[in-house]
Design a protein around this ligand. Structure first.
Ligand code: SIN
Ligand code: FE
Length: 292
């Protein structure tokens, strides 16, 4: 399948030769999903109790963990259980860090580790308001945490213990998508981005790039016609496999699946082999001005 770049890695720190590292870098920078069908994340015996959705507190979409502070959010349970799940998420986070060092040594110094999440709730049948509904195709962006031009890379592992795949769809290339929606986005009202920061709606000030990307995210999800008619390719990521991509660029949607691990990274555009392929540069070319 054209959207996927497959590698037969079986461990998180398996050495790779430099020609393969270059191929993997080229694949991910050209908007492909790096698919590792033989790479799994093993739960320890005493961690298998976490394989039920009842650990989720129901308010947040996912249980999330911040390795910098050690804090876990969105989880129901005793503090001993929270410590145990945090330790498992830390192990996953460290495994993904080893993996990225193996796959993309070029990014190593520049990658910024973000949040880790555990998604034990079945996707199918879950309700959400349209702009939060990940069953609609979208590129990722974070409303409260502006990326200020940095790339978003995510490493997913389907840890479903019953052999159930995670059913994704992947959309058209980013530039064609952006060409359809970008011309309709109005620039921000003067002072609005600074005000959102002052009012603590955002953790950092949104840049023009954040403004445009958030609009692209919301417009894609809200456009029923686009959702129905755009090019989209379904793929079910099998249980016990791993995949990663730049989710700010790869249009994606999830229809079904339960029990997923996910680690987010940010990457400054300057660390890419070819920064011209970033959404930042794509949108800057369309608007003929700097956006950060
Ligand atoms: C998403 O990032 O849109 C959701 C992906 C997933 O949970 O499989
Ligand atoms: Fe997403």
């Amino acid at each position: 399948m054209d959207q996927l770049f497959e590698l037969p890695l079986t461990s998180w720190n398996q050495p790779m030769d430099s020609s393969r590292q270059e191929l993997a870098t080229d694949a991910i920078e050209s908007g492909k999903v790096v698919f590792l069908p033989k790479l799994t994340f093993a739960f320890q015996e005493d961690e298998k109790k976490f394989l039920t959705p009842s650990w989720s507190n129901g308010a947040a979409k996912n249980i999330s963990y911040d390795s910098a502070s050690g804090k876990i959010q969105g989880m129901e349970g005793e503090s001993a259980d929270k410590l145990a799940l945090a330790a498992m998420l830390q192990r996953y986070s460290d495994a993904t860090s080893d993996l990225l060092a193996t796959l993309f040594p070029r990014y190593k110094q520049a990658l910024i580790r973000g949040r880790t999440s555990y998604r034990p709730v079945e996707i199918k049948g879950r309700t959400a308001k349209v702009t939060k509904d990940d069953t609609r195709l979208h590129p990722d962006q974070f409303p409260a945490r502006p990326v200020q031009g940095r790339r978003i890379m995510r490493v997913f592992c389907n840890v479903n213990p019953h052999g159930k795949g995670r059913d994704w769809r992947m959309g058209e290339p980013f530039s064609g998508f952006a060409q359809k929606f970008f011309p309709r986005i109005k620039p921000p009202v003067p002072g609005a981005l600074a005000l959102q920061y002052l009012l603590r709606i955002t953790r950092r000030p949104r840049t023009l790039y954040d403004h445009y990307m958030l609009h692209l995210h919301d417009m894609a999800k809200m456009d029923d016609q686009y959702q129905k008619t755009c090019t989209q390719i379904p793929f079910s990521f099998p249980a016990q496999c791993t995949w990663l991509c730049f989710t700010d660029e790869v249009l994606h949607a999830v229809d079904a699946g339960q029990y997923l691990m996910e680690q987010t990274y940010l990457l400054p555009v300057g660390a890419m082999r070819d920064p011209e392929r970033s959404p930042l540069r794509v949108l800057e070319r369309m608007s003929a001005r700097p956006l950060v």
